[in-house]
Design a protein. Structure first.
Length: 253
């Protein structure tokens, strides 16, 4: 186990995987935030990460411009840099200490395909030009929760502005029954995007992955997940309509 470092926002450390010598887990305030394989960036340990990757892999071939709000160990950005040469990943992480531990203990290196910025994700997104990203991935947590500012319809409208035609919004969310946060986000997505989908991971309890855009490539993702033998429930827009029934989208204060 690496040293426990306490900063302004959290206590952060890295631990080696006893079963996989090149595997490392990043912990933030006791939560397993990220997992990376130092020798194989295409290895994705967590189910939700494989779901996010499945949606990104369903986009047209070639390099992608992706904005990641929430960095951790930059697992997904490293995956894309390895699987899609020519991609440009901008990772925005609000905690400088997380970035420091990722660099010192988890082999994180910036380059042409992966840039890491310390700052507030929504502020960084607001600086992006219109139609400048193929995907915006929200995987940011303060403790067990996504920051409220990354769940509002105003934020989602800015995501839509930044996305290119055919681009995808993706978000990892943890919520407990009766799923008030997920229901409000579903309502926001339905009000903002033409299409939306949801993956519920049976092995990860209440871990949810949302996708939205002009058209979500649901059939391609379904085939990919089935081929990999992942146990999941993949839901279309119609399911989100039911999930959002009676819920109001979150709005800026």
């Amino acid at each position: 186990m690496g040293p426990r470092l306490t900063g302004v926002h959290a206590t952060v450390w890295a631990e080696a995987d006893r079963e996989r010598p090149s595997g490392r887990t990043l912990y933030v305030d006791g939560f397993a935030s990220s997992y990376v394989d130092l020798e194989d960036p295409t290895y994705l340990r967590y189910g939700y990460m494989r779901h996010l990757a499945a949606f990104l892999d369903a986009l047209p071939p070639g390099g992608l411009d992706v904005v990641h709000l929430g960095g951790g160990a930059c697992t997904l950005a490293r995956y894309l840099a390895a699987t899609r040469p020519g991609s440009r990943n901008l990772v925005v992480e609000h905690d400088e200490l997380v970035v420091r531990v990722a660099r010192e203990s988890l082999g994180l290196r910036s380059g042409a395909g992966l840039q890491v910025k310390v700052g507030e994700g929504r502020e960084r997104l607001a600086r992006r030009p219109d139609a400048s990203a193929d995907a915006v991935v929200v995987d940011a947590f303060v403790g067990p929760s996504v920051p409220p500012s990354l769940l509002t319809v105003e934020f989602l409208a800015d995501v839509r502005r930044v996305l290119r035609p055919g681009g995808l919004y993706l978000a990892n969310l943890a919520d407990d029954p009766p799923l008030p946060v997920a229901r409000a986000l579903a309502a926001g997505l339905l009000a903002t995007f033409r299409d939306a989908a949801l993956v519920a991971d049976r092995e990860a309890g209440d871990n949810l992955v949302f996708a939205a855009g002009r058209r979500v490539p649901l059939d391609v993702v379904r085939e990919r997940l089935a081929r990999e033998g992942l146990r999941q429930r993949l839901h279309s827009r119609a399911h989100l309509v039911g999930l959002a029934a009676g819920a109001r989208p979150a709005r800026d204060a």
